[in-house]
Design a protein around this ligand. Structure first.
Ligand code: DI6
Ligand code: FE
Length: 411
């Protein structure tokens, strides 16, 4: 615990402030922490007098950034799809895999069969991999239950993770993720079940902070998703969407008309969707892990999103089928290497813009006075190294709500 007042010194701060150019770098910086917040940040030589007597932590010239935010994960689920991965690489077709019980429905079966303790035990190692890289805010979706009890079970497990680990967890109800077998051929009836039975129960138990849906030919239409979003907004829940991942159904524009926090995937996004996001303030969340793992060839329209000034976030999309990725540092490298994002855009994508995609901008995502003291300290000389290295974790120290939660030997 920081005894309430601490000054971090001898560091370079990448503030990621929206008002600053590039990384918002402050060289020879100091950060004054009081309780759980940043009270002051700036050049150490300008440290206010009242902080001169506070305990200091010398960070030996290391780099400080906002701690990391994974704004899109399906990290709670039962079973594994590794066998399916192997079948595919041995030449099995999608149909053969489905007939063998593979695909998203295999995860649904495994998740329905697992109890809360089993789901928690299987999720925690995946969550710990993210926390080891400096994640302090994590979004976790449901969507592998597709029935009332299992959707509630998943969201309870997600809430439990936030109680057991030093991380803020925001939960998202994703009942409209896929059509469960018992509703085969009756997708409108399933959407009615989601809207009339599951969503009210989720809200009554305060289990979700937002509502998501998969708008795709293999999932649900814009009209069906719009029904879910109307119900979510009647219940006072913000919305976000998986859209334009495999085709363009106009889901992004529909979500923007509901003032969606974010639209995610976006490989097939068009100009109308971009304009709608710009007008609504909807964040674009790119998911390079799914693009990479599915060997997608359609690139998201990065330059058009830049030109329109739409904020761009990044996330792991950690899930067993399309993105078994639990590294935001590797996610940054993928975004740069595959999508040609700059390292600065990638770092903003897992800090400031990820916070905005979760409606958390007033609390975190940058190193600025008044924000939570969620600060990652890195053994690197410049911020670009965080996206440049592949499979290397240079995290030296991590502050969450003002507390040093990663003890390190290095000094
Ligand atoms: O295959 C799975 O388990 C999830 C796939 C995943 N879900 C979604 O909405 N898009 C995806 O790629
Ligand atoms: Fe996803």
């Amino acid at each position: 615990m920081t005894s309430g007042r601490t000054v971090l010194t001898n560091l370079t701060a990448a503030t990621l402030s929206a008002q600053a150019d590039g990384y918002g770098l402050i060289h020879d910086a100091a950060i004054a922490i009081e309780a759980d917040s940043i009270s002051w940040i700036g050049p150490a030589k300008e440290l206010p007098e009242e902080w001169k007597d506070a305990p200091q932590v010398d960070l030996n010239g290391r780099l400080a950034t906002p701690s990391l935010i994974d704004c899109h994960t399906h990290i709670v689920y039962g079973g594994s799809r590794a066998r399916e991965f192997e079948m595919r690489l041995n030449g099995a077709t999608y149909e053969e895999i489905a007939r063998a019980g593979g695909g998203i429905r295999s995860t649904v079966s495994a998740t329905r069969a697992a109890n809360e303790e089993e789901l928690l035990a299987s999720a925690l190692p995946r969550v710990d991999a993210l926390l080891a890289e400096g994640v302090t805010l994590l979004e976790i979706k449901s969507g592998y239950g597709l029935d009332l009890d299992t959707e509630l079970k998943m969201l309870r497990v997600a809430r439990k993770i936030g109680e057991l680990r030093p991380v803020k967890v925001l939960t998202t109800f994703l009942g409209a993720h896929a059509l469960p077998p018992e509703y085969e051929g009756r997708s409108d009836d399933y959407i009615s079940f989601v809207c009339d039975e599951v969503l009210p129960a989720v809200k009554a138990e305060n289990l979700a902070d937002a509502v998501d849906a998969f708008c795709e030919g293999i999932a649900f239409s814009p009209e069906q998703v719009s029904r879910v979003f109307d119900r979510a907004q009647e219940l006072g829940l913000p919305v976000k969407i998986h859209s334009e991942q495999l085709s363009n159904l106009g889901g992004t524009a529909m979500a923007a008309s509901h003032k969606a926090l974010s639209a995610d995937h976006l490989e097939y996004l068009d100009a109308a969707g971009i304009q709608a996001m710009k007008d609504a303030g909807t964040v674009a969340v790119l998911l390079p892990g799914a693009f990479y793992f599915l060997r997608e060839t359609q690139y998201p329209p990065l330059q058009e999103l830049r030109d329109a000034g739409v904020p761009i976030a990044l996330a792991t999309d950690a899930n067993p089928g399309s993105s078994p990725l639990t590294s935001l540092l590797l996610c940054m490298n993928m975004a740069c290497t595959l999508f040609r994002m700059t390292p600065q855009e990638a770092l903003a994508g897992i800090t400031r813009n990820a916070a905005q995609a979760l409606g958390q901008s007033e609390f975190c995502g940058t190193l600025e006075a008044g924000k939570q003291a969620n600060i990652a300290i890195w053994d690197v000389k410049e911020p670009a190294e965080l996206a440049y290295r592949i499979g290397f974790n240079p995290l030296n120290r991590l502050y969450f709500l003002g507390e040093d939660i990663t003890k390190t030997q290095a000094n």
